[in-house]
Design a protein around this ligand. Structure first.
Ligand SMILES: Cc1ncc(COP(=O)(O)O)c(C=O)c1O
Length: 379
């Protein structure tokens, strides 16, 4: 049997990783400014994370959600404290799409309504409702097509009145990631919150890419001061161990059997989640993400060949005069630096570990500037 060939692959085989570095089979060292797509939050192979997971695995790795797993409560309590959502409840699952799927379903259960508002440029995952709320026809199968989802223009305050008494949920990313690092304005988010309250629609903030400290606050929407009814998390939550969750307002009541999953909230996943939160807190990583993010963004705006810099903290989108795909390839092949790319907007995406060091940021800035200069010479 072979694997189903759905991913275009770089010819690189990582065999070891530490902090913001990866080594391939040939012993080449790479600087990782992509964090495996915003997943590596506390750095690769963090010793505290490794020891906690190893210790747990040697005791018990998994049992189903039919028994007491106090680690789930520990995780919920720590997440509540660190994120400022102490009064919310946590539903644990395994991936970002699953978190959004459950969040959307929950809003429909709660309101008895069917209509969902999503935004242009949105990416919410690949399961049925999540993909239907994703603005990319190429990944929506005919069976996923539904009239229940309406897309509105991102950041367009004039269209707020399209949220009505028929709307079950409005779903929006804290900062659009796949859509090219597009930041919702504070005024837009405030108007969304007000209109949702007015109509009884529930507001879901998808913080799967923009959350977990990436922007210098625990959640990107906390820069605006709004408080959504549901927040979805994944990626950085487990630093590579699959775990995701939905933070649910106490207004929404649980009922046995309403949601469920076999693997969600298993012992290993919870320990990974707890270790990540401990490291974020003990190493003050929110502050580091803010400081390093400001440092990188400021330097990038002054770099010749850069046409725009967007984002917040360590979620940075860079538009360049030369094609972003070429720049990304050159950074990887000539300078051994991993970055991300957003094909729809031709944007380079930086999503490094939250404990990125200044020396590592400088290595990137120097290489990036050289790549942009070489592109100018060539063109
Ligand atoms: C904002 C956002 N939501 C949802 C998802 C889907 O997450 P997953 O791939 O874990 O299903 C992603 C993945 O890139 C994402 O960036």
């Amino acid at each position: 049997m072979k694997t189903f060939d759905v991913y275009p692959l770089f010819n690189i085989e990582p065999v070891k990783a530490e902090g913001s570095f990866i080594w391939d089979k040939q012993g080449n060292k790479f600087l990782d400014l992509y964090g495996g797509h915003a997943v590596i939050s506390v750095g690769h192979s963090h010793p505290y994370y490794v020891s906690k997971l190893t210790e747990q695995l040697s005791r018990i790795g998994f049992y189903s959600n039919s028994v007491q797993i106090p680690l789930q409560e520990q995780l919920a309590e720590k997440l509540g404290k660190l994120s400022g959502y102490e009064s919310y409840n946590l539903f644990l699952c395994n991936s970002g799409a699953e978190a959004n799927e459950n969040a959307l379903k929950l809003t429909s259960f709660h309101t008895g309504r069917k209509k969902i508002i999503a935004y242009s440029g949105a990416f919410h995952g690949r399961t049925s409702l999540a993909v239907a709320a994703t603005d990319d026809k190429g990944i929506v199968a005919p069976v996923n097509e539904t009239r229940n989802i309406t897309f509105l223009p991102f950041n367009d305050e004039h269209m707020i009145s399209a949220i009505t008494e028929q709307t079950a949920a409005v779903i929006i990313e804290g900062i659009q990631g796949v859509g090219g690092i597009q930041v919702p304005t504070t005024s837009f988010l405030e108007k969304l919150e007000t209109q949702c309250k007015k109509t009884g629609a529930l507001l879901i903030l998808d913080e799967i890419q923009s959350g977990y400290g990436r922007t210098g606050k625990f959640f990107a929407h906390q820069h605006s001061g709004i408080k959504p009814d549901l927040v979805t998390v994944a990626k950085g939550m487990g630093n590579g161990f699959p775990i995701a969750g939905v933070l649910i307002s106490p207004e929404i009541k649980a009922k046995h059997g309403m949601l469920g999953t076999t693997f969600g909230g298993n012992h290993l996943a919870c320990v990974a989640g707890i270790a990540v939160l401990d490291i974020i807190k003990n190493e003050n990583l929110l502050q580091n993400a803010a400081t390093m993010g400001d440092y990188l963004s400021l330097a990038l705006t002054k770099t010749e060949g850069v046409s725009a810099v967007r984002g917040n903290g360590l979620m940075i989108g860079i538009d360049t005069e030369a094609p972003a795909a070429t720049i990304r390839k050159q950074l990887l092949e000539e300078y051994r630096i991993f970055t991300g790319y957003s094909s729809s907007t031709k944007t380079i995406r930086l999503l490094p570990a939250l404990n990125l060091k200044k020396t590592e940021a400088d290595t990137f800035l120097e290489a990036f500037s050289k790549v942009l200069t070489s592109q100018k010479v060539i063109s």
